[in-house]
Design a protein around this ligand. Sequence first.
Ligand SMILES: *Cc1c(COP(=O)(O)O)cnc(C)c1O
Length: 382
Amino acid sequence: MKWEYRCPSCGARYAIEPGRYLCGPCSKANAPGAPLSGVLECVPDSIPAKGSLPLPIEERWFPPIPVGNTPLWRPDRLRAHLGMPGLYLKDDAREPSGSFKDRASYLVAAFARQHGIKEIALASTGNAASSMACIGAAAGIKVKVFVPKSAPIAKRIQVLQYGADLVEIDGNYDKAFDTSLEYSARTGTLSRNTAYNPLTIEGKKTVSFEIVRDLAAAGEGPIEHVFVPTGDGVILAGVIRGFEDLLAMGEISVMPCFWAAQAEGSSAMARALALGRFDALPSTTLADSIAVDAPRNGPFLISKMKKYKGRAVTVDDREILEAQVLGSSLAGFFAEPSSATALAGLVKMSKELGPKARVAVLLTGSGLKDIRNAALAVGAPY
Ligand SMILES: *Cc1c(COP(=O)(O)O)cnc(C)c1O
């Protein structure tokens, strides 16, 4: 099977090769600190065979570290509490670096190995940085990360432990993003910036394959709703890409409803879905992984959400911390605030969805990554 990049806006096609990121014509008007236009999609030249896991890089290039195949939980006590017996938790805190980002880093590292690339650079709110540093360590690739200096300390220490180069930015994620792109442009270093590098979207689709595979193997019905904590919108876009493939391959017969769960204080995607355009409001939320002023994958995700009638739900910081404690105390799952946002979104929608709904909530990061807010959630004096 052959793969190429395709621009979902104008249909232009490009080879998947080093130095290619956005669609040339469609990205001309992109401004620093704004959502990206011209984000590319990976497309195969034929419909993948049933039962396969179609990815644009061959398996032999993947680094020797176990990414993916995370457990799907059936949280009985949480199900009973919410009155939702069809609730599942997909646990990507079990990835090697403790976050969902490993799925994307894994594919980008495979691409780097295939092309003999020795260094990768990226901006991150923290998890993409610790993830790329982790996978880079296993692959023997040098990694340089640009992270706001306000990022939780655990994520920054992970970067140093894995031996990557940590650049702390005096500013927010949006500033780190632009600084890292300047660095990559100046030095020619491969960029793993989320959305900007199309492989970051494609790498994340594997989660959808695992959910569908595991439910089918257990003889349980299909998922009807997927709740995804959303900042830049790359995880959710990857989830949708996975379900698109699964539909084309005949593994599922209907698309689930996709939910973007956002913090009220950082709800650019939810606002864009409602308003039809992006406005730039500064974010304030303790859920650092989804605190994003200008969602980089905004236009790409919104067009997919419109196509599949996806929805958004926003929750405030208090609801996020309550959901964090709910997950910990009723399921034994300790999620970082961004992940708890997806659970909080489900709590908010549970009445409307009703007891028959079959729902997967993506748990994208471990609670140990941000102990300060976890302490706040339980009223501990630390
Ligand atoms: C990055 C991240 C998100 C949000 O993903 P986007 O692609 O930015 O929407 C959610 N949760 C965790 C733990 C993350 O690290």
